[in-house]
Design a binder for this molecule. Structure first.
Ligand code: BG6
Length: 477
């Protein structure tokens, strides 16, 4: 059997993530013939149910959440690989039974490699890993890998403690910490765009770039996640992971190769060069917002000061970027759902005083549309001294009409094949948490969230937040 054939053990088999993302992703991989040979899935959950009942629930989830059309035949191909196992996360006896169950299946010919996927509340991460070890589930002859969802801690201290507990059982190279943004199609494209096009790489620096804007905006509010979100806030929920990963990929030096550690070494260098906000956060470089009605959401206290929007001016202290502001913006309950990286190049001097010069803009659109737009200044036809803006557009989602694989398809397959490029290494987390801690320490005494209307563009202060270049948020254009 091939070395990527495995038994995937999903803890949290009845949870939202498994139903909405993991099982539909496995179904989509199966349709394309990408599932490893002999893949076996053991879904572990607290509620008692039979495998038959569980498979029926999965059928509905695949119908509802898969991006591919449903066929009974294809679903059955996946379903016959899946079994359900009832386990109380706090009962060591249940882990012993799981261990016996896995061994029995292996004796019957199922794959020996084990991929443990923790799709549970972070409170259980350490507990599950320890209990699996105590029952011998993590020992044995095949490979053992651990896939772990975010949030990985809530600050540097808790992340360090969590890391210590899982590292006791799994070596770093077997831990796959998920940041689903890193697997988005256009985010991976940023590296190709930068490093495989000489016209960009040669001008990707402070001599030519005025500012960089990284915007990840959402239309939805917190929905049913108020309990989790109110202890987290936008800075921890989105900036610590997704936005800083985007920043690192946009700002890093060319890696020596596409080897996972070469790529992650370069990201780490960017995080090391982030200017500490505690000393460097003068007024106006950090803005928090809270949408109106947030305090009436389920499980949110009436006097909550949690930020549902954050804008930050971030500086990278290295030769390539010194002095170039990176404006990060993310928030919930806004006008549109959109994510993009925008590069504003420096303006050219005008050839004549009556020519209005606009900067070149490069937009890398991540979602909902995937593509790249370059804004150029061209002469208005028929007149000598007037310019107009031309847009050169590469619409990836229009050209490739088949659905591009979703993040979870790629990440599950990567973990099964042992490619950790798109997963977060511990030193990346350590540095990003330390940076976020410094922002939050500063914010605690100095920043009060400003209100904004649901479906709006955020607090009014955002309009004047950008002090560099043309002074505008380009995603609004
Ligand atoms: C998650 C956050 O990591 O990312 C959520 O916890 C957020 O709050 C989500 O809604 C956004 O992901 P996407 O892929 O829908 O942009």
């Amino acid at each position: 059997m091939k070395n990527n054939s495995n038994t995937m053990v999903i803890f949290g088999g009845t949870g939202d993530l498994t139903h909405r993302k993991l099982i539909p992703a496995l179904y989509q991989l199966d349709i394309n013939g990408f599932l490893p040979e002999g893949l076996n899935v053991i879904s572990v959950g607290r509620k008692y149910k039979t495998t038959e009942e569980y498979r029926n629930e999965l059928r509905e989830s695949v119908r509802k959440y898969s991006s591919r059309s449903f066929t009974e035949e294809l679903f059955n191909d996946l379903a016959q690989r899946v079994e359900y196992f009832t386990l109380d996360f706090d009962s060591q006896k249940d882990y012993d039974s799981l261990s016996e169950f896995l061994n029995k299946r292996e004796k019957e010919g199922k794959p020996e490699n084990r991929l443990f996927y923790l799709a549970v509340s972070p409170d259980y991460f350490g507990k599950i890993v320890d209990s699996c070890e105590a029952s011998g589930i993590t020992a044995g002859s095949g490979w053992r890998r651990l896939v772990i969802e975010k949030p990985f801690g809530k600050d540097l201290e808790s992340a360090t403690a969590l890391n210590a507990s899982i590292s006791r059982v799994f070596p770093e190279k077997s831990i796959y910490r998920i940041d689903h943004y890193v697997a988005k199609e256009m985010i991976q494209n940023i590296m190709m765009l930068r490093f495989q096009n000489s016209i960009f790489e040669s001008i990707w620096n402070r001599s030519h770039i005025d500012n960089v804007q990284i915007t990840v905006l959402e239309k939805e509010g917190v929905g049913t996640r108020g309990g989790y979100y109110d202890h987290t806030g936008a800075t921890r929920d989105m900036v610590q992971n997704h936005l800083l990963q985007l920043l690192a990929i946009t700002a890093m030096e060319p890696p020596r190769s596409l080897d996972p550690d070469d790529v992650r070494d370069e990201k780490v260098r960017v995080f090391q060069a982030l200017k500490d906000c505690t000393a460097e956060c003068p007024e106006g470089n950090l803005l928090f917002g809270q949408y109106e009605g947030y305090r009436s959401e389920d499980k949110v206290p009436k006097d909550s000061m949690t930020e549902t929007l954050v804008a930050a001016k971030v500086q990278i202290d290295n030769d390539r970027w010194r002095g170039v502001p990176f404006y990060l913006l993310t928030g919930k309950a806004l006008r549109n759902k959109t994510a993009q990286v925008t590069i504003e190049f420096r303006k050219m001097a005008s050839l004549a005083s009556d020519i209005k010069q606009e900067p070149n803009i490069l937009e890398i659109k991540i979602q909902p549309d995937e593509g790249i737009t370059l804004h150029l200044s061209v002469k208005k036809p028929g007149v000598i001294d007037e310019m107009v803006q031309a847009e050169m557009d590469y619409c990836q989602s229009c050209l490739y009409l088949f659905n591009s694989p979703d993040s979870y398809e790629k990440l599950i397959l990567d973990a099964m094949t042992g490619d950790s490029t798109r997963f977060t290494r511990w030193d990346e987390l350590e540095l990003t948490w330390s940076y976020i801690d410094s922002i939050l320490r500063h914010a605690k005494d100095n920043v009060v969230p400003s209100g904004y209307g649901i479906g709006s563009d955020g607090p009014d202060e955002l309009d004047t937040f950008i002090k560099s270049g043309s002074g505008k948020w380009w995603y609004r254009n």
